[in-house]
Design a protein around this ligand. Structure first.
Ligand code: UD1
Length: 418
């Protein structure tokens, strides 16, 4: 097991460069198999979720060449075999192979995906979307076979604006006959990035980034070159860390409009920011932080993935703050560990009430999931003394070189194996 050890209380300063977006990358890699030609994707983060998807590509006999930050995927010798449980279970985003394989071969065989335990995480909306396109879904325990004689465009209304279902239906519909319209589609920037990639390959998708996406099926997709957008959640995490430490910290390679909701909450709390075209600098702070309330929501609302790190910031604000989680029913697993570090937080139903400011003291904590792990790192950086974060594998799934990036700006952080 990997453990991240942090000696807290060091002032951070300098620049942290944000990597390519995990949640875009994990969809772009499966999307690349929709062509028979080569796809080059650059700004790919070196995280273990990328490794897990490349392993699935290799299982399918797809040629993958990886060099620093770029990935060349060539599916010309690909074989559509079953994605066995150990592969599917490694991460949530393995489910994008369902849509991509269905779109290309009219048949996908795989197991229920894995991922963080932050709620039930059903895939019913994905499957309903595939069925609307003409596919038959057979499910035996954890195994799914999705197949169709022909995929035909359809009008699909999503009961929930699900990121995964929106992308998966796009992947299945891109080579279907006729036009598919997804209503109440999710609007996250990662969806726009995936639609741009597919359009670069010759797809005909319009409306990505709005709640109605139109996909006109095409027969053929061709080679392309594509760049992953910067990771707004990684950027937000480091901006929160900057705000916690209170010294000047520049976060580079950011698309500021992707984190508008976070920026306005930080400004409301009294955090001073300098916002450039592609960077945000957290400026030195002498004032106290003001308390505030957040409620997670689909984009452009406050992202659920930043809720956990943001809660750490609220432990340092003056007075009572509330955090309401509306997307995932089990996303307060970090709270007992924040309390272990000295925070004053109570959870009732889907709302956490935080009373601050609290002095945090180093302790032994667990990264129960990816963003809970990021919250532990943020808390440990301002806690006095040493904190050991076990199950750090979760953090490495989504944060490229987190130890190096934080060390470079003055944190005392190391990773060890026990
Ligand atoms: C994606 C992100 C994740 C983020 C989440 C919400 C990836 C790989 N992961 O996850 O980091 O926290 O968006 O922004 O991009 N739902 C159903 N049925 C379905 C699908 C979803 O009921 O078939 C529900 C979920 O249980 C959840 C809500 O819809 O309550 C949103 O889920 P969704 O947007 O699909 O999240 P993911 O795509 O899994």
């Amino acid at each position: 097991m990997k453990v991240i050890e942090i000696e807290g209380g060091n002032k951070l300063s300098g620049t942290i460069r944000v990597s390519g977006a995990k949640n875009a990358t994990v969809a772009l890699i499966p999307a690349a198999i929709l062509t028979d030609e080569e796809a080059t994707i650059c700004n790919v983060p070196e995280i273990t979720d990328t490794d897990a998807l490349c392993d699935i590509l290799k299982l399918l006999n797809v040629n993958v060449n990886r060099s620093t930050e770029s990935l060349v995927i060539n599916p010309k010798d690909m074989q559509n075999t079953c994605i066995t449980e150990p592969y599917s279970k490694k991460l949530r985003a393995s489910y994008y192979f369902m849509g991509a394989l269905l779109g290309k071969y009219k048949r996908a065989e795989m197991y229920f995906p894995g991922g963080c335990s932050i709620g039930a995480r059903p895939i019913d909306l994905h499957l309903k979307g595939f069925e609307a396109l003409g596919a038959k879904v057979t499910n035996d325990k954890n195994k799914y076979i999705v197949e169709a004689e022909e995929l035909k465009g359809a009008n699909i209304y999503l009961d929930i604006a699900s990121v995964g279902a929106t992308i998966n239906i796009m992947l299945a519909a891109v080579r279907a006959k006729g036009t598919t319209v997804i209503d109440n589609a999710a609007k996250e920037p990662e969806i726009v990035n995936v639609a741009t990639f597919l359009n670069n390959m010759g797809a005909n998708i319009s409306g990505a980034g709005t709640s109605t996406i139109k996909i006109k099926g095409v027969d053929h997709l061709h080679k392309c070159f594509h760049e992953v957008i910067p990771d707004r959640i990684e950027a937000g995490t480091y901006i929160i860390i900057g705000a916690l430490c209170g010294t000047t910290l520049k976060i580079d390679n950011v698309i500021p409009e992707h984190i508008d909701s976070l920026v306005s909450k930080l400004e409301e709390m009294g955090v001073k920011l300098e916002i450039g075209a592609d960077y945000i600098t957290v400026l030195e702070r002498t004032n106290k932080l003001k308390s505030t309330n957040i409620k997670t929501a689909v984009y452009p609302g406050f992202p659920t993935d930043l809720q956990q790190p943001f809660t750490v910031l609220l432990t340092q604000a003056d007075g009572k703050s509330k955090v309401t989680e509306t997307i995932w029913e089990n996303r307060f697993m970090h709270i007992p560990y924040l309390k272990e570090l000295g925070a004053d937080i109570e959870v009732k139903n889907q709302t956490a009430t935080v009373i601050g400011p609290s002095d945090l003291k180093g302790s032994e904590v667990v990264a129960t999931d990816l963003r809970a792990g990021a919250a532990m790192v943020a808390a440990a950086l301002i806690a006095s003394g040493k904190t050991n974060i076990t199950n750090a594998e979760h953090i490495l799934r989504g944060y490229e070189q987190i130890v190096e990036k934080l060390s470079n700006v003055g944190a005392k952080i190391r990773i060890k194996e026990i």
